[in-house]
Structure formats: C-alpha cells, structure tokens
Design a protein around this ligand. Structure first.
Ligand code: ATP
Ligand code: SF4
Ligand code: MG
Length: 338
C-alpha cells in the first residue's frame, strides 16, 4: 500500500474534557471504499472518535492530533460534502418543519449549482433508491409522517446524496427494531457501494461487524485494543477484551470455528458478558486499563500499559499476553458449572 491509497488518516488523536482524556492517542488509516467498524462498550470513545472525523467534537472538548482527508486538515469545510454523518437518532438529522424531499433538495443545492427542479428530482430519486415506496408523494411528507425505519433510510439518502468520500454512521440501528436493523444496514451498504464511499461504522455488536465490515478497530477506555481485517480479528482474537466481546455474542452469531456448545462432558456455561464494567476515565488504573476485568491479568499488566504489536496474520494487538490467549478465545470467558 502506498500513502496514495489512504483516504482518511488519523494520527495521535486525543480528546479530553477538563483534562480528563476520553480518547487517548488513536492512529489509523481509512482507505477508499473500506468499511471500518469502531467497536467497544459504552464509553469507549467511539462516538467522540467518529465525530472528530467530521470536525464535530462537542463543546468543551480539547483535541490534539490530526485527522486528514486526502492530506487536507480543514475537515469542517469538508463536512456534509466529502464526509457525511448518519447519526444514531434519525430525527435529529431531519428538520420537523420541512418536507423530507425539500431537505434533501436543499442538501443538493448547497453543494451543486443545479436548478430547484433538478434538485427536487434528485431528492425523489434518492428516496426511491433507499427503498421508500411512492417516493414522489413521500418527498412531500414531513419526518413525523415517516416510520422509524423510513426516517433512517431518509437520513441515509441525505448522507449519500452528494456522493461523499466517507460516510460515518454512529450506531445507525440501535433505535430500531431488530427486523429493521438488518434492512437499514443493507441499505446503508448498498448506498455506500453505489457512491463509492468508505464507511466508518460505529457499533457495539460484533455480529454486525462480521456481516458488514471488512476492517475493525476494537476500543477500550479511549485506546485501540486490536485492529485489522474483521476476518483476522474475529477469527483469531489476540486480546482478551475482544475475546470477551465475542463470548457475549449469541452462539449462532459467534465464530463457527469457535464452538460455544462443547460436548456434554465438557459443557460449560457461557458468561452473559465480560464481568465488571469499564473504568471511569478520571480514575484509570495504572498499566492496562482492562486489567481489573481481565482473566489473564498479571503484575506486569498492572504496571505497564501494553504497546501495539503485529500478530502473525498482520493485525495489531495491544496486550502483554497476546501469545497466550487461547483459541477459541471465548474459552477465557467460559465457566465450569458449579
Ligand atoms: N460532552 C461531553 N462532556 C464530557 N464528557 C464527555 C462528553 N462526551 C463524551 N464524554 C466522555 O467521553 C466518554 C466516551 O464518550 P463516547 O460518546 O465517545 O462513548 P461511546 O463509545 O460512543 O459510548 P456509547 O456506546 O455509550 O455511545 C464518555 O464516557 C464520557 O466520559
Ligand atoms: S495486557 Fe494484561 S490485563 Fe491487559 S488485556 Fe493483556 S493480559 Fe489482560
Ligand atoms: Mg456512542
């Protein structure tokens, strides 16, 4: 890979509130058309990172490090054109007082010098592309007249209508019923494909990562735990935290090569999730932030934060005991019955 292949480049990203760091030195590249999932539990810093890609960190945040889109750093100027956001709450992205079609048409006209009539035609076509039935009529309707799933599709149409280079989607499905989640992700994938954009997909669901992402960055307490192709990281996790996330997936969604229902003689109980909860950011433990919850933690872990190493298959991992994580790694989070 040459640097020409890099679309978005993040180096040493730090985001703090009142001196308390929530994102602690993230570096990664996004390549054209890549689908990168940001994964981790609540508070890991996923949304802050996603928003920093658009130059949209919350008021009061101090940031350092760089985010460059094809070498340029003025990301606020790129926002909505070359980098677009699909927010978690579709309603927040749509104005309640204008018809959906008008909002899409306005987005087109903000970037392209086209007539109102042409912009309206593009808006209707965009609604049609995301599978909104009777798009001509629906374009005249207001967001509250749409169902939740339809609103989310309209927001995807909005995010892709100007053919951005990057779409950032922050948990685009958590507010939806399970049956709509898959549809919305499929529509998002299709639109991304159609406009040739890369996608940064924030999710806490490794099942979604497996189905929809080609790369994954696992985060814990503002740092990278593991990063690489979804196949390598999920197929053979080298960090106990990733193993724990995998162990909490329902069995049918977990890796086929990591059977979760061994024979009767060895039947063990799957823990519902990783024990404990993430640390509060103003009281991070010294050394590895995951140590208080980690089944492999040893003294070294509590003294020294692990750096990043390359695993044999090329993915990166931050764990002192990366070579001792069993395969299947979900073993670490299984319990013998009492
Ligand atoms: N506006 C803010 N003011 C102060 N602290 C904030 C603010 N936004 C985020 N934080 C801090 O940064 C941490 C990470 O926030 P972020 O929203 O990125 O988490 P997340 O990984 O997206 O979690 P979730 O899965 O719950 O959405 C929070 O737990 C909080 O401590
Ligand atoms: S560095 Fe130590 S505590 Fe941290 S994940 Fe690895 S084994 Fe666990
Ligand atoms: Mg979030």
């Amino acid at each position: 890979m040459t640097s020409d292949d890099v679309l978005l480049s993040v180096r040493g990203l730090r985001i703090a509130f009142d001196g308390v760091e929530a994102v602690r030195g993230l570096s990664f590249d996004l390549r054209p058309r890549e689908v990168l999932a940001l994964v981790g539990e609540s508070g890991a810093g996923k949304s802050l990172t996603a928003r920093a890609l658009l130059g949209m960190v919350p008021k009061g945040a101090t940031t350092s490090g760089t985010v460059r889109l094809r070498g340029e750093t003025d990301l606020v100027a790129q926002r909505g054109r070359r980098i677009a956001l699909v927010p978690q709450d579709a309603l927040s992205a749509l104005s309640p007082v204008h018809p959906v079609g008008d909002q899409l048409a306005a987005a087109v006209r903000s970037v392209k010098g086209v007539s109102r009539r042409e912009a309206r035609a593009r808006a209707t076509a965009a609604l049609d592309r995301v599978g909104i039935p009777d798009a001509v009529r629906r374009a005249r309707a207001y967001p509250h007249e749409y169902s939740g799933g339809m609103r989310q599709r309209a927001v995807i149409a909005m995010a892709t209508i100007n053919e951005p280079d990057v779409v950032v989607a922050d948990e685009p499905t958590t507010a939806l019923d399970a049956e709509f989640q898959e549809q919305v992700l499929r529509v998002l994938g299709e639109q991304r494909e159609a406009v040739g954009a890369a996608l940064v997909l924030v999710t806490h669901d490794l099942g979604v990562v497996r189905e929809h992402a080609d790369h994954v960055l696992v985060m814990y307490a503002g740092r990278q735990v593991e990063r690489g192709t979804a196949k390598a990281v999920l197929g053979r996790p080298r960090a106990p935290y990733t193993a724990g996330l995998l162990a909490s997936l329902p069995p049918d969604a977990a890796d086929a090569s990591a059977p979760l229902s061994p024979g009767p003689a060895t039947r063990r109980r799957r823990l519902p999730s990783i024990p404990g909860s993430p640390p509060t950011l103003d009281a991070l433990p010294a050394g590895c932030a995951f140590a208080p919850r980690c089944p492999l933690a040893e003294d070294r872990c509590r003294q020294e934060a692990p750096q990043s190493w390359a695993a044999a298959d090329g993915h990166e991992v931050s764990c002192h005991r990366r070579d001792e994580v069993p395969h299947p790694a979900t073993e670490l989070f299984l319990e013998q019955p009492a």
